[in-house]
Design a protein. Structure first.
Length: 50
């Protein structure tokens, strides 16, 4: 159940949230909002794969 929820969230994130790796954003110079989005996407991806 938990894994299915995170897989669904990952699909929604892919459609709605920006991909900073495709935009080649330097994470050392990223804003707090960009870092929060990046961290959230990383957390969802990690939980979807476990």
């Amino acid at each position: 159940m938990k894994k299915k929820l995170f897989k669904t969230l990952a699909k929604i994130n892919k459609a709605l949230l920006p991909s900073y790796s495709k935009k080649q954003v330097d994470l050392t110079k990223a804003s707090k909002l960009q870092m929060a989005v990046f961290g959230y996407r990383l957390w969802v991806t990690k939980n979807a794969l476990d």
